[in-house]
Design a protein around this ligand. Structure first.
Ligand code: ZN
Ligand code: ZN
Length: 265
């Protein structure tokens, strides 16, 4: 089975003690690529991800300013994104977006940071990794306002079907996290079952949201665990886990072409 973890925060301190081992453990479990979004407002984030990407060719880096940190977003971050894009150091802008659940930054400030980074990504020709929590309508509005047509990933999807449909219509892939395995996530499973196979992705959002059966007692999530989310998604789509894995890996490779190591082919 070949799987991709389309979203893992391997820059976080939770991985300081064993970061390369976490990646090797994922590869041993059949994960062939991991997309890691760095946050430009946290100084150690990008160097950590860049170091990992240099060590492991199928660890792909992205960068942006998260909705939570939108209050710290500044023009200088766009300059930094410009340097990174010109150097080929990032494959996407993200994660960026809106989060009206936590409201760590004022909604208007979040929308401004999102719009500015969408405009940058459009000009740079890069896909985006979008975060949306209780903000689906405004995410769609921002994508439309910027006439953003490059597509990308709506990650850790928790919104409703109309939001998924609208983002699919705008060329986005929809990525599901370990939440899909939670007992109370019946509504989300119904949405996932409706997303076309050629637009589905899976992710861990490590170190958060460990899937069942790893969930509980604050256990750290890691990319190897994406297998469990893929298994549930396969069941929802009426597919064998291998077939779901191949489809999601193909989807990811369509968005982010990557070279698989010979041993993994
Ligand atoms: Zn997110
Ligand atoms: Zn994230």
């Amino acid at each position: 089975m070949r799987l991709v973890d389309s979203h893992a925060h391997l820059d976080m301190a939770e991985f300081d003690a064993d970061r390369p081992d976490v990646v090797r453990r994922a590869f041993a479990a059949g994960i062939v690529a991991i997309l890691c979004p760095a946050d430009l407002t946290r100084p150690a984030s990008l160097p950590t991800i860049a170091g990992l990407a240099a060590e492991f060719p199928t660890v792909l880096a992205a960068a942006g300013v998260h909705a939570h940190q939108a209050k710290d977003f500044a023009r200088g971050h766009l300059d930094e994104l410009g340097r990174l894009a010109a150097a080929g150091a990032i494959r996407a802008v993200g994660e960026i977006g809106l989060d009206y659940h936590y409201d760590f930054s004022p909604p208007e400030t979040q929308r401004e940071a999102l719009r500015a980074q969408l405009a940058f990504a459009a000009a740079a020709g890069l896909p985006v990794i979008l975060h949306s929590r209780l903000s689906g309508a405004d995410i769609i509005a921002a994508v439309d306002a910027e006439r953003f047509g490059r597509g990308g990933i709506l990650h850790c999807f928790t919104e409703d079907w109309p939001t998924a449909r609208a983002m699919l219509d705008r060329g986005f892939f929809v990525s599901f996290s370990g939440i899909l395995t939670f007992p109370k996530a019946g509504d989300l499973r119904e949405v996932a079952a409706k997303v076309p196979l050629d637009r589905l992705l899976v992710e861990t959002d490590s170190p958060y949201l460990a899937p069942v059966p790893y969930r509980g007692s604050g256990r750290r999530n890691e990319p190897a665990f994406v297998v469990e989310t893929a298994r549930v998604l396969a069941g929802l789509k009426g597919l064998a886990p291998d077939a779901l894995a191949e489809a999601t890996t193909r989807n990811f490779a369509a968005l982010f072409p990557f070279e698989m190591a010979p041993a993994e082919c």
